[in-house]
Design a protein around this ligand. Structure first.
Ligand code: S3P
Length: 179
């Protein structure tokens, strides 16, 4: 399999499967995998939830921008970003320069079902998660659509199978770029 000299960056809403699918892609391609939120937690020495509590969403976003900027230079890697990262214009520019971006698009019911399995996401706490996810979708989908590639997530497909779908899509995209 051809080696990638670009990062593969996964974007999309909470629950789309960026982390799980990202791990599979990294195994298929034998590339390092990094989850941006875990790196932000390592840098801050506390959880995303605690960062939101102590510094607010704005504080989290500033750390997110810096950490992703650094990670993108350390590649090539498979990078799963938090759902809000690609919404930042500067982060989008940084990703454009160094990476192939992939939007994992999932429908609302799937996102609600998957995010409902855990309760660590500050934006979905003490609220109606379906309503919040719908609002985020309305706001963010046109921006996620700026990713180089869009891949549809289906409820029944395994992370490994999704990983292969993404790898094929990235290979086709890169082949087209060279024509
Ligand atoms: C967020 C998504 C989360 C995390 C933070 C904010 C968002 O990551 O970065 O809670 O704004 O959509 P996941 O998409 O990995 O859940």
């Amino acid at each position: 399999m051809k080696e990638f000299n670009k990062n593969i960056v996964l974007v999309g809403l909470m629950g789309a499967g960026k982390t799980r699918v990202g791990r599979e892609i990294s195994m298929i391609l034998d590339m390092p995998f990094i989850d941006a939120d875990r790196e932000i937690e390592n840098a801050a020495g506390c959880s995303v939830q605690e960062i939101f509590e102590m510094y607010g969403e704005q504080g989290f976003r500033e750390g997110e921008l810096r950490v992703i900027e650094r990670l993108l230079q350390e590649g090539p890697m498979v990078l799963a970003t938090g759902g809000g990262a690609f919404i930042n214009e500067k982060t989008r520019e940084n990703i454009k320069e160094s990476s192939v971006s992939v939007w994992l698009r999932a429908d609302l019911d799937l996102l609600v079902e998957r995010t409902g399995r855990t309760n660590h996401r500050p934006l979905l706490q003490n609220t109606d998660p379906k309503k919040v996810l719908q609002e985020l979708m309305n706001k963010r989908d046109p921006i996620y659509a700026q990713a180089d590639i869009t891949v549809e997530c289906k409820a029944k497909i395994t992370p490994r199978a999704m990983g292969h779908v993404v790898v094929d899509a990235v290979q086709n995209y890169l082949a087209g770029e060279q024509e």
